[in-house]
Design a protein around this ligand. Structure first.
Ligand SMILES: [Zn+2]
Length: 228
């Protein structure tokens, strides 16, 4: 077994499940996993069919974006993923999708307030919008790195798609599903033109403090990584 085999296998399995469930479409989106305790992460290749993907197609890089393993070209959003791992030591998996309902809110410039208990517990206080920047640019990378420091685990990227994090890849995958449920319910509620209610503020804050407590546990393992 190579050093990176388990991360590569996790990425392929998760990408294929997310494709079968309709969260990833064609070659859109990308996902990555941090190599635990190391200055490295594994990520999906650029422009390659998820359903054909095998572990050998996955790229491994250090946080300076130097390739460590894999012969394919890494995702165009690789620098965005690296910036997230550096800004958020609690995050060990990042999933970027163009999932439809969250993307609809991305067009309307609407963030999602705390609507459900499980949302606050897993996604954070609210699902915030990250301002638009073109794919694959340094501007997008810097904008994302600035916004994710508020410790939420899901964001909407304006006129683009969604971004979900987890302390492991299963959690990131579940967060994609929770986000899409919230986005759809919120869109339907907004269509009625009636007042949309939120969970009580103290409930939101208790849930978020639980999430932060979990995040701090996972932060410790990654705080001493040397990103040079
Ligand atoms: Zn994208």
């Amino acid at each position: 077994m190579g050093l990176y085999d388990s991360a590569k296998g996790q990425i392929v399995d998760t990408a294929q499940r997310l494709t079968q469930k309709g969260y990833l479409m064609a070659t859109g989106g990308n996902l990555s996993v941090r190599i635990s305790g190391k200055n490295a992460f594994a990520i999906t290749p650029s422009n390659y069919d998820y359903l054909k993907m095998i572990p050998d197609d996955i790229c491994v890089l250090d946080f300076g974006l130097n390739p460590l393993e894999g012969s394919r070209k890494p995702s165009v959003e690789t620098s965005m993923h690296a910036a997230i791992y550096q800004a958020r030591p609690d995050v060990n998996a990042v999933v970027h999708t163009h999932q439809v309902y969250a993307s609809t809110l991305a067009l309307l410039n609407v963030s999602i307030p705390a609507l459900f208990d499980e949302q606050a517990l897993f996604l954070g206080r609210s699902v915030q919008l990250i301002p638009y920047a073109p794919s694959g640019t340094g501007l997008l990378k810097n904008t994302i790195a600035r916004h994710v420091r508020d410790h939420n685990n899901a964001y909407i990227m304006k006129n683009h798609g969604a971004l979900c994090f987890g302390h492991d890849v299963e959690r990131a995958e579940h967060n994609v599903e929770i986000l899409e449920k919230c986005a759809l319910a919120y869109l339907l509620a907004l269509c009625t033109n009636r007042k949309v209610t939120r969970i009580p503020l103290p409930v939101r804050e208790i849930a978020f403090s639980k999430l932060r407590k979990d995040q701090r546990k996972f932060e410790e393992a990654n705080l001493n990584i040397n990103f040079e």
